[in-house]
Design a protein around this ligand. Structure first.
Ligand code: ZN
Ligand code: ZN
Ligand code: ZN
Length: 139
């Protein structure tokens, strides 16, 4: 995912950016922009939700932060352990997340795109299900 827009000011609002980074650094879970916004507010600092969205978007574009589109349309963010391209297995009940590499999917996506004459191919893929803990509780 790379939409190249170079006109965005990157040096302004640095303390807001740091405040948001601190929240992401401290959270093992995927968070919504609203949750990040609230968490920054809980530290006694005030950042607008628009700024939170902008900083998160920049970090996603920079590959620092992972974005997760939930089945219900919500978008969540997290600083993942692995910085390279990877995918997630997500529990739709408790939102537990595993990071996975899927070399077969990478090759398949490239091939399918290339078959249609496409270049600069990108893709997103998330796998949803019930994690073992939630499945155990449900049964
Ligand atoms: Zn990830
Ligand atoms: Zn679960
Ligand atoms: Zn992939």
């Amino acid at each position: 995912m790379s939409s190249a827009s170079s006109s965005r000011p990157r040096t302004r609002n640095t303390w807001q950016k740091r405040a948001i980074e601190e929240i992401l650094d401290a959270s093992p879970d995927f968070l919504s922009a609203q949750q990040v916004h609230q968490a920054v507010a809980d530290t006694g600092r005030s950042v607008s939700l628009a700024t939170v969205y902008r900083v998160l978007q920049t970090q996603v574009e920079d590959g620092v932060v992972d974005i997760l589109a939930l089945e219900d349309g919500q978008t969540l963010f997290r600083k993942c352990a692995s910085t390279g391209h990877h995918h997630h297995v997500v529990c739709r009940n408790c939102r537990a997340t595993e990071e996975i590499e899927a070399p077969k999917v990478e090759r398949w996506a490239e091939h399918v795109g290339a078959d249609f004459g496409y270049t600069d191919i990108d893709h997103t893929l998330e796998i949803y299900g019930l994690c073992p803990r939630c499945a155990h509780k449900a049964s």
